[in-house]
Write a protein that binds this ligand. Structure first.
Ligand code: NAD
Ligand code: ZN
Length: 244
């Protein structure tokens, strides 16, 4: 049976009202990414870091999955799609997806760097001046359960294995990612699978100099437009490609 693997990024949830990461000069919801997502500096910015992720959790409680999330749930039912996401939100799960691999962690979890404990907090706020790790009582060791820059990402091993195992006839769909954090453009270029990129706009390294970027030329098929609006076209393409 053909395999279908979907690798998604912030653009997947943009139509639900969650801002992407780097669309505006490395800012995420008007914050400097280095200040709110760095393992080297988060303790120095403890209040800002928790204020930022508290706001993300509050926002997440208010938004809904969009047509693209629902389509991916459908692909899981129809084709057993494997879902790898860089997103830390729970919109795929709320659309009915299961076993989603969250490469960069879970916004609804907290993590204690002092003892390794990880636990769910839902959409609740964390007060770094009061709240403590339920296991070891550390206060300053508690960070959001998301993977910061410079921190190990435990699911990357699964991700690389999944990409490596793709072969002729399999399909790799990439939705809503710049490819700057994980170089998915190079993965697509080197894959034997049929590759599809669905992003808001055309992208080439010239349009985003510096770090690697998922360029249109790396993929067999490219669809431009908002993830939710483009979903029916993408769905038709997948139906064609997934015919046994
Ligand atoms: P990115 O911001 O670097 O790239 C987003 C991509 O999505 C861009 O290519 C952009 O053109 C495209 N895009 C924007 N609006 C879109 C839309 N409506 N429909 C389709 N595509 C659209 O994001 P990234 O590559 O995912 O890297 C982001 C990092 O930031 C990840 O590590 C993730 O953990 C974190 N992040 C997560 C969320 C979330 O969980 N929803 C949101 C912001 C950032
Ligand atoms: Zn602890």
């Amino acid at each position: 049976m053909k395999k279908l693997v979907v690798f998604s990024g912030a653009g997947l949830s943009a139509d639900s009202g969650i801002q992407t990461f780097r669309d505006k000069d490395g800012l995420w919801e008007n914050h400097n990414v280095d200040q709110i997502a760095s393992i080297a500096t988060w303790k120095q910015n403890l209040t800002t870091v928790h204020r930022f992720y508290n706001a993300r959790r509050a926002q997440l409680a208010e938004v809904e999955p969009n047509a693209a999330h629902l389509m991916l749930a459908d692909w899981q039912r129809r084709y057993g799609a494997v879902l790898l996401t860089q997103n830390i939100d729970d919109l795929l799960e709320r659309a009915g997806c299961t076993d989603v691999v969250h490469l960069h962690g879970d916004l609804r979890a907290m993590q204690c760097k002092a003892c390794g404990n990880q636990w769910p907090v839902g959409y609740a706020a964390w007060d770094p001046s009061e709240d403590r790790c339920p296991k070891c009582s550390s206060r300053k060791g508690v960070k959001p359960g998301v993977v910061f820059f410079g921190e190990a990402a435990p699911h990357y091993r699964t991700m690389w294995r999944t990409f490596t195992e793709l072969t002729t006839g399999d399909v790799l769909v990439v939705i809503g990612t710049s490819g700057k954090v994980i170089d998915i453009g190079s993965v697509a270029a080197g894959s034997r699978a049929t590759t599809i990129l669905s992003n808001l706009e055309p992208s080439s390294e010239a349009s985003m100099p510096g770090a690697p970027v998922a360029e249109d030329r790396h993929f067999h098929h490219v669809l431009h437009g908002r993830a939710a609006a483009i979903a029916p076209d993408l769905d038709s393409l997948i139906q064609t490609l997934m015919v046994p």
